[in-house]
Design a protein around this ligand. Sequence first.
Ligand SMILES: CC(C)(COP(=O)(O)OP(=O)(O)OC[C@H]1O[C@@H](n2cnc3c(N)ncnc32)[C@H](O)[C@@H]1OP(=O)(O)O)[C@@H](O)C(=O)NCCC(=O)NCCS
Length: 335
Amino acid sequence: MRMEYLLKRSQLRAELPRVEIESRIASLVRVAGNLELEPLRVLLDRHFDGAAGLVEEFPLLIESAVSSGRGFAWRDPTGNYVAHAAWRPVELVSRETRLSAAGIGLVTTHSEYRERGLASALVEGCVQQAREQGAELALLFSAPRRLYARLGFVEAGSERIRLFRGVGSGAKLPTGVSVRNGGIDDAGALLELLRSHPLRVERSLSDLRRLLAIPHTHVHVAERENAVVAYCIEGKGRDLRGVVHEWAGETAALEGALETACAAYGEPLWVLSPASEPAPFVARGRDPDEDRVGSFVLARSLVSKGRLDPEDSRSLAVPSLAELPDFYVWGLDSV
Ligand SMILES: CC(C)(COP(=O)(O)OP(=O)(O)OC[C@H]1O[C@@H](n2cnc3c(N)ncnc32)[C@H](O)[C@@H]1OP(=O)(O)O)[C@@H](O)C(=O)NCCC(=O)NCCS
């Protein structure tokens, strides 16, 4: 999950007698394809971070898992899922070029079944299927973990994280500009503005409408003469709270939208942007931690530039990552 370093989560883990867990593991079946929604919902609600609602927060990834054949799970003899991973195609626009990527997410193992290799096998299943379907890059929005490092994922992508303090009630909007709350009816205008960014994910209008319906996704839209001239988005489900993870449009109007977002949130906001683009506002803080650049994703290149060793797919992965074009994934697209 994105921005885990800002939004710390506790991990659930329970202990069972070793013999019992060994026999349970032996009875599991690995399934791939279209998963059943309700058992999947139960696993995610109980075992991702203990809070319900991920099915609604990741509509595109869930759709991919239940109806596009891109779900991977371990199922117990009663039909319950005890581990899950899924992916969806993400087309990265990198200036004049495009890159086919696979966004892998909702990697979850039932707390009693962890550290048995279940998630590793499912993530590898996602990677192999994505590669077969033409993906050049696999992406995982997660804090670095040894499990992902072993599968060939390394920190990648360059993102600026800057604190927006706002000026509070003294904020002035440019003449003729007003800011209001936005929503799914603004999807067309937002998409048009987003396309001014040279690095982004190609997103359909219907996908954006579904993403804007994710709970706790707050859109602030700046308008002039009834035309949307800038916007910013704070929050996405349980993730990215207090974080503006997408913005676009005219600079002064955008600052107005950020001021409104800041006032609505009640605290300074972290604003994300691709490191290769100018940030949307000038930093005011003196603390270097308030304006930093870091990696935003774990990635594994699936492009094989030479040697193909079927015994070790990871040997293909890491070296060519640096040869891929610059890319960026705005918050709504992850995943
Ligand atoms: C992260 C998570 C999915 C890992 O699931 P898992 O099934 O335990 O993962 P694995 O067993 O494949 O790998 C975990 C570790 O067990 C080790 N392992 C694998 N097989 C093993 C075995 N047979 N015996 C002992 N350890 C084993 C792995 O090497 C790995 O070690 P590492 O910690 O050094 O990386 C699980 O902890 C979870 O659901 N967490 C909550 C949700 C979450 O944070 N998801 C990730 C963000 S998308």
